[in-house]
Design a protein around this ligand. Structure first.
Ligand code: NCD
Ligand code: ZN
Length: 348
């Protein structure tokens, strides 16, 4: 039975283990939402140009902190892996206090991934060094083969690239980012490697019908693309099981309204203003609110080897309307569930 209206849920303060904060005026528009909802966040490096060095990450981190004002928020930075990344950059990253990982984008897989990697085999020296330094590798897991069916790209990446990589580097900590399929969930559960996975709110709440409900729905389009109901079910079971390898990562990926509502719209769902409420809804629907803290606040820091946050937050079950849009610098942005309702609210 879902919780009664007015139910209050208190958990340790949560973190977001995968978010896009962008830069410039977009950064100022979106970062405060993440800083309000989460104490820490793993910030993706896919800017133009990408964040490739510890020095660049340090400067970007300062810009993020400025955009957040005096919120108690700690951005955890990632570096963008390219075919020219050197093992020495891994050393510098591991020695820094604020770089938490290195992100692998297969070249061409998603937004701003052109500078990413064509073949993993040229990077074995880098992976060896990451294993030695125990630095986390975050992976966008989709093949870029244009012949491959878009709904199969995650499974094919798992089979062709990720499983062999994990087999070869058994001590490497890997986050299989934004998993969307049953196959990915099963792999994360069963592998002997040190693999965790983030799961987004949209992949827990929607299946691929939501892309075409009454007409094409650009604001539900992200990468990896939404999958069939059977896959959504597997994700919900994994997230709400409390299993320590699954944790919260919104993949909130803001794009302006005009770059979504167009003939060739960008991939990315903007969930930052109400992410925690959306996740609470998933756990409530499953009658698993008792596992919400594990997913939102415990499993992520444990995987990254960081302490759990000591303060607590409260959510109340109380429907509220989701705004139809927010300011986004000189443009506007449409959030997930725009104009509809969400059934929980994060209390101040
Ligand atoms: C992300 C973005 O816009 O940066 N888009 C998305 O659909 N998730 C990139 C990514 O994480 O794939
Ligand atoms: Zn992402």
């Amino acid at each position: 039975m879902p919780a009664e209206p007015g139910t209050v849920l208190e958990i340790s303060a949560p973190d977001d283990w995968h978010v896009h904060l962008r830069d410039g005026e977009a950064l100022s528009a979106v970062a405060p939402f993440t800083a309000r909802q989460f104490r820490r966040a793993i910030v993706m490096p896919n800017l133009r140009p990408p964040i490739q060095t510890v020095g660049e990450a340090e400067a970007y981190r300062k810009r993020i902190l400025e955009a957040c004002g005096d919120a108690a928020f700690a951005p955890l930075m990632t570096l963008y892996l390219t075919e020219t990344t050197e093992p020495e950059e891994v050393d510098r990253a591991a020695a820094s206090e604020f770089v938490a990982g290195i992100k692998l984008y297969p070249a061409g897989a998603t937004t701003n991934s052109e500078a990413g990697v064509h073949s993993l085999s040229g990077l074995y020296r880098v992976f060896e060094r990451m294993e030695e330094r125990d630095l986390v590798l975050e992976v966008h897991g989709e093949v870029t083969d244009r012949q491959a069916d878009v709904f199969d790209r995650e499974r094919l990446f798992l089979e062709r690239e990720l499983a062999p990589l994990v087999e070869r580097f058994q001590r490497l900590r890997v986050v299989f980012e934004h998993v969307t399929t049953r196959e990915a969930v099963d792999f994360v559960r069963e592998t002997k490697g040190r693999v965790g996975a983030t799961i987004t709110p949209q992949h827990l709440l929607l299946n691929r019908n939501a892309l075409f409900a009454g007409g094409i729905r650009p604001h539900n389009y992200c990468l990896p693309v939404l999958k069939r109901e059977e896959h959504r079910r597997a994700l919900v079971d994994a997230a709400t099981s409390g299993h320590s390898r699954f944790f919260l990562g919104t993949d909130s990926a803001p794009h302006s309204r005009s770059s979504k509502e167009t003939a060739c719209g960008c991939a990315g769902v903007f969930s930052a203003p109400l992410a925690l409420e959306l996740y609470a809804e998933v756990f409530d629907n499953e009658d698993r609110l008792d596992q919400f803290e594990a997913f939102a606040s415990t499993n992520g820091p444990a995987f990254y080897g960081l302490p759990k946050n000591t303060d607590r937050v409260r959510l109340c079950k109380q429907p509220r309307a989701v705004p139809t849009e927010y300011d986004f610098g000189s443009e506007t942005i449409v959030p997930f569930r725009a104009g509809e309702q969400v059934s929980w609210v994060l209390l101040a």
